[in-house]
Design a protein around this ligand. Structure first.
Ligand code: FAD
Length: 342
């Protein structure tokens, strides 16, 4: 795996609403952020669990959908130009002298003075199908998310599932694959109507194959898949398969956060409510992942926590510079970034 070394002022773990708003609060204090998320898009629970549902308790916005809030936050933080590193999980945090070294499963190594954990309910992780020895092929022939679709060009691909992710990738990959088979245990799909219609058209035009049933055996050598066996009520058949992409949704687990030497209380990170710092100097925890007396898992509470965290984080990045509190209405540095007259 190629190692990618990145120096940054602040590494934010989690691109949910609270991680995104931190970019704004830190940006106001001239702190440059890199932000990592397991998901392939920003937005955390709002984007993954309820994009179309209305939210009614964001101050000053009577009603906004989960997706609408994420879009607005992305617009709001654009002037601060955060670097997004998506589809990767932060696995390790280590202190080296006075710098934190943070590793992801994609080979990134971040060097940073400040870490903001905005990991929500923990990591979204793929639901894995119960197929014997599937772990022998994971990462080489079996993938639960896609970082680089070009490596699947001219391959025999099997996509399993009937939801949005499965259908989106069928539509995206069918042109470049050698063959593409969609396997689902029902004839009906549970995805947005436009994707469902497109996939039906591809099946009718014989541009992809559809198999009703479930994958029960994988065959190959040394992690290289050659075929899969699909079983339904009537028959069991073998089809060529070099790449298997199971998309059965996501589940939330605490994940690696538990191993970072932080004080936990019922799987949540303990913080003090003055600065939202953890028991480790320079590591902050905000949003749904933290706990303190009176904590409410609400987006607006996470936003408040981000503002206080940023004031304290400033001291780690600019130890010799006194912080000057400014309203956004009069912040000269914000106006410069927005390109408006001061
Ligand atoms: P999240 O949104 O959970 O985002 C955390 C992100 O961190 C995720 O994207 C995850 O993939 C990532 N992550 C975790 N671990 C790692 C790791 N190790 N490496 C890389 N990335 C990692 N709140 C309201 O205020 N009002 C509402 O009306 C409301 N309605 C809701 C309705 C539903 C159905 C649900 C489920 C929740 C609702 N909430 C509501 C709660 C709200 O969504 C959460 O409070 C909010 O999403 C918390 O934001 P967050 O940024 O802390 O975490």
């Amino acid at each position: 795996m190629q190692i990618n070394k990145i120096e940054t002022d602040c590494l934010i773990i989690g691109a949910g609403p609270v991680g995104l708003f931190s970019v704004f609060e830190l940006g106001l204090l001239d702190i440059k952020c890199d932000i990592v998320d397991i998901l392939d898009k920003p937005g955390g629970q709002c984007a993954e669990l309820y994009p179309d549902k209305p939210i009614y308790d964001i101050p000053g916005i009577p009603e906004i959908s989960g997706e609408g809030l994420v879009d607005s936050l992305l617009k709001q933080i654009k002037p601060f130009n955060p670097a997004f590193h998506l589809s990767r999980i932060v696995t390790e945090i280590k202190k080296v002298d006075d710098t934190w070294e943070v590793k992801t499963d994609a080979g990134d190594v971040f060097y940073t003075k400040v870490i903001v954990i905005a990991a929500g309910g923990g990591s979204f992780q793929p639901k894995k199908p119960p197929i014997k020895e599937i772990e022998n092929y994971e990462g080489s022939s079996v993938f639960y998310s896609i970082r680089d679709k070009h490596k699947f060009k001219d391959k025999d691909i099997v996509i399993a599932g009937g939801g949005d992710s499965a259908l989106d990738w069928v539509i995206d990959l069918h042109d470049s694959a050698k063959s593409l088979t969609l396997v689902h245990r029902r004839k009906e799909f549970r995805a947005v109507p436009d994707s469902v219609n497109k996939v039906h058209e591809l099946i009718e035009a014989k541009k992809i194959n559809f198999e009703l049933g479930q994958i029960n055996v994988l065959s190959g050598d040394d992690g290289s898949l050659k075929s899969v066996s699909i079983k339904n009520k009537e028959e069991e058949k073998n089809i060529n398969c070099e790449v298997l992409l199971p998309f059965f949704g996501l589940t939330m687990k605490l994940g690696p956060v538990a191993d970072w030497g932080l004080n936990l209380n019922e799987n949540l990170i303990e913080v003090d409510t003055k600065k939202f710092e953890t028991n480790q100097k320079g590591i902050f925890a905000i949003g749904d992942i933290n706990t303190y007396p009176g904590k409410l898992k609400l987006i607006l509470c996470g936003f408040h926590e981000a503002a206080l965290m940023a004031q304290e984080a400033h001291g780690y990045i600019y130890p010799d510079k006194k912080i000057t509190f400014q309203y956004t209405t009069s912040s000269s540095s914000l106006k410069k970034k927005l390109g408006v007259a001061t």
